[in-house]
Design a binder for this molecule. Sequence first.
Ligand code: ZN
Length: 242
Amino acid sequence: MRSRSANRSGIVIRRRVTPAGDIIVTLLTPQGKLKAIARGGVRGPLSSRLNLFHHVGVQIYQTPGNDLATVQQAVLEGALPSLAQPGRYAFAHLMAEFADALFQEGEFSEQAFELFAGALRGVAHQPDPEWVALVMSYKLLALAGFVPQTARCARCGAPAPAHPDPLGGQLLCARCAALPAYPAEALDFLQGVVRRTVRESMAHPLSAEQRPALWRALERFVTAQVGSVQSWRQLVPTALSA
Ligand SMILES: [Zn+2]
């Protein structure tokens, strides 16, 4: 019988402790998303290692007939302690929930892992974690195949729309819109963030007053396009007030 043990390395994006004291973690790894259980983990050394946002190497065992793999060992490969800061934690949590919603188990994506790991590092170290989270959210969305339509009105297809689309988070033309047009910088961000490099977007942050409208557009777009993002949605207002 072939061995069902495997070693994987990834970042903890979700962590839940069951009443029985088991820890159920979801890791984002270069080989895709992985969900596993550390039985009785809350009472052992695995507890502190399997923390949210930790980069861990795990040895897992797949029991026949059981869909959750068991974590046998875990070693800490990297941590970003500054993510515990209140101004950063909410954005890191938001990025983790987002990655969990966007990427499916077993979907091989080294690029998704690299982008997400970069987003967490940015949220941990950049002076403006909110801007990192906004830029990286759009990049992660695009990688998962969700690209907002910006060349044409989302309702009638007219070219060069510039107004918010309160239902779909895309853009509307002046005739279809009820809200005033986006300021030029916000419009430029929405039109360009997917194709620009992260570095370019990071170099041109928008002012704090313009960001709530961008979060709103992101939230509407994600709600309309991506399923099962309930917990992510609840985090968006948290991010807004942070
Ligand atoms: Zn229109």
